[in-house]
Design a protein around this ligand. Structure first.
Ligand SMILES: C[S@@+](CC[C@H](N)C(=O)[O-])C[C@H]1O[C@@H](n2cnc3c(N)ncnc32)[C@H](O)[C@@H]1O
Length: 270
């Protein structure tokens, strides 16, 4: 699709000629809410790092297992920050399948992600999508939608899945995450996954590509990812490659979990 063919769900405010992380990820997952420049960009990423597609799927599978885990521990309210363009196995589908009363607030800074989320949430009184930037926690926690859906005096799951690697250090992502943890009631969970910094020419190529998108990427070393869990206790098995986090079958993590590129964990607030 060229930039002259703007579909009704693509707000005028977005630049269709500039690749965007939400739409590139949607393409990697086999979605249709992406444009030519996103697809060209994603193909270049795949050329440098063919495992990027399976890494996206494995990340998504972690999200599903983590949401189920949270519901099993009694959580019925979710704030999914950097929720992305809806795809198979969205948080409200997983949580509401287990308990229809589960309440979900979706948050994303990308207009296409929010527009699509609003479309699929029509008629769902227990879920809402808002456009906000995660580095401004008050705009999320103090939003009308949060006031309506989320009771911060009760345990909540805050999800930050494959989003923090788009937030550079100067935007102070650790400070922002700490604010969400501070706002969570005891018994809450922080569900987080993050691309691990790779030192290779392949990774340099991917980083250079993302530099030219609307979301420059920044992989971090595991110790910096672990620091996001400050104020929580990592639930077993801890912070590991995505397929290693509570696989559904013995051996489900595969022989090369590091090809998932992303580490993940769930923190419990005591
Ligand atoms: C790779 S997608 C991940 C989607 C979903 N969380 C998942 O893991 O399947 C990253 C999402 O983070 C969003 N994002 C990037 N920077 C953000 C910010 N500062 N605030 C909120 N969302 C952001 C992007 O628009 C994109 O939809």
């Amino acid at each position: 699709m060229s930039s002259t063919e703007r579909p009704s769900w693509a707000p005028e405010s977005i630049d269709l000629d500039l690749p965007n992380a939400a739409r590139v990820y949607d393409y990697l997952l086999g979605g249709a809410a992406n444009f030519e420049q996103d697809r060209i960009f994603a193909e270049k990423v795949l050329e440098a790092m063919p495992e990027a597609r399976s890494a996206a799927r494995l990340n998504r599978a972690f999200l599903r297992r983590a949401v189920r885990f949270c519901v099993e521990t009694g959580i019925r309210q979710f704030i999914d920050v950097g929720s992305g363009i809806p795809t198979a196995g969205n948080v409200h589908e997983i949580a509401q399948a287990l308990d229809p009363d589960s309440r979900i607030l979706y948050v994303d800074s990308e207009p296409v992600a929010v527009t699509h989320s609003e479309l699929i949430l029509r008629g769902n009184a227990n879920a809402e999508a808002i456009r906000a930037d995660l580095t401004d926690p008050e705009s999320v926690l103090g939003s009308d939608a949060a006031q309506r859906l989320i009771d911060l005096s009760q345990p909540v799951a805050v999800l930050m899945v494959a989003v923090l690697h788009f937030i550079p250090d100067d935007a102070q992502p650790h400070r922002a995450v700490a604010r969400y943890v501070e706002a969570m009631a005891p018994g809450s969970h922080l569900v987080l996954s993050h691309a691990v910094r790779q030192d290779s020419t392949r990774a340099d190529t991917v980083n250079e590509l993302y530099e030219r998108s609307t979301n420059p990427g920044i992989g971090r070393p595991p110790e910096e990812i672990a620091a996001f869990f400050t104020g929580t206790t990592l639930v077993p098995p801890g912070l590991l490659w995505t397929p290693q986090w509570r696989p559904e079958t013995p051996g489900g993590a595969g022989d090369h979990p590091e090809t998932s590129l992303v580490q993940a964990g769930v923190g419990h607030k005591p």
